[in-house]
Design a binder for this molecule. Structure first.
Ligand code: IMP
Ligand code: MG
Length: 338
């Protein structure tokens, strides 16, 4: 069976942490990541923090093999560095048609004011690489890079073979619905769709094997680039609290994240369009007094009211997901299962 992790807002909802938790506690044969290195996923275990541009966040479980699908984009040197930091060389698998972003593509994006100023791109070159792929120009695939030859395997064969034998797969998506090229706030979006069915296609999987679709939300929304945010926070002291306690600084872009209020309407669309079965909430500890809470009863009335409002929202929106996981601190273990 396949479980998918999706972002319900504008990225940086804590998909990395939730994927790490699910993978560590679960029994997945493969943890698959798709999308580009513009997305930084943060995983913290026992105080040690990893910011991953490419390696799936499920790497903490040594039994899980790690996969980059045909819809993954990376840069060889970044990938090799992450392999070293995570010590995962012996369990990485790459689809031959995953794309390697060239230095020219990165430079082209960094030098284009359309990308950098108008859209607020992260500047990794992902958008340029996607553009070159769509225009069918010559691009470098993982199969073309001698340094990666040991990792190349037919990913769709492997993953579907695993499902056929009753195995389990965790599929980690990137960004969030507000950044989707199809369903987001165009033009302030990334270069691809960022919902569950696209992640499946990018991995070479069909929808039949899906068990759960986790959609991750924070009690507020952040954006690292321009684009709409409801009731944007302007109070300097409050902003600083988010940037420090909430670590709301772009993990790849290093920009201070803008903070807006939770948007019920976009959350409803995230539930609907992803076919969400389980909601995961992170950063509940940004409501004062909720650090590392261990039981639902111990949440403050403010945090409880937020969780109750989500349950009401879920009752209104198909497919009526369960509020399943609440993250109460940055560490992978600071997670409450409801
Ligand atoms: P691009 O995908 O780098 O072109 O960026 C397009 C927009 O999406 C910009 O506003 C970025 O800041 C934003 N963005 C891209 N990736 C992420 C992410 O992983 N987290 C948050 N925002 C992102
Ligand atoms: Mg991020």
């Amino acid at each position: 069976m396949i479980d998918i992790v999706c972002g319900g807002q504008a990225g940086d909802e804590g998909k990395g942490k939730i994927s790490a938790y699910l993978s560590y506690k679960g029994d997945y044969d493969y943890c698959v990541r798709v999308g580009g290195p513009n997305a930084g996923h943060t995983v913290v275990q026992n105080g040690k923090s990893y910011t991953l541009k490419n390696i799936p966040s499920g790497f903490l479980n040594p039994k899980t093999k790690l996969v980059l699908g045909a819809g993954a984009y990376t840069k060889t040197q970044w990938l090799l560095e992450e392999l070293k930091v995570t010590g995962t060389r012996d369990r990485l698998i790459i689809d031959p048609y995953a794309v390697l972003i060239s230095d020219e593509q990165t430079a082209a994006e960094k030098n284009a004011s359309h990308f950098m100023e108008h859209i607020g791109s992260v500047g990794t070159g992902l958008g340029q690489a996607v553009r070159d792929r769509i225009e069918r120009r010559s691009i470098t695939f993982a199969k073309d890079e001698p340094l990666l030859k040991d990792f190349i395997q037919d990913v769709p064969e492997l993953l579907n073979g695993c499902l056929d034998k009753g195995g389990q797969i965790l599929l980690e998506g990137t960004q969030g619905i507000k950044l989707s090229l199809l369903h987001g706030e165009y033009p302030f979006v990334t270069s691809r769709d960022t919902t569950a069915c696209t992640f499946l296609g990018e991995a070479g999987l069909g929808p039949k094997g899906v068990r759960d679709v986790y959609v991750v939300f924070k009690p507020y929304i952040t954006r690292v680039g321009p684009g709409p945010l409801e009731r944007e926070l302007t109070d300097e002291k409050e902003l600083e609290r988010y940037h420090t306690k909430g670590h709301e600084i772009g993990s790849v872009s290093k920009r201070l994240r803008r903070i807006g209020a939770f948007e019920k309407r976009s959350a409803a669309r995230a539930i609907m369009i992803n076919g969400c079965t389980k909601i995961a909430i992170t950063h509940i500890d940004m409501f004062p007094g909720n650090d590392r809470v261990k039981k639902y009863e111990d949440f403050t009335p403010e945090a409880q009211a937020f969780l109750e409002s989500l349950k009401r929202l879920s009752a209104e929106v198909y497919p009526h997901p369960q509020v399943a996981l609440v993250s109460t601190g940055p560490d992978m273990e600071d997670t409450l299962v409801l």
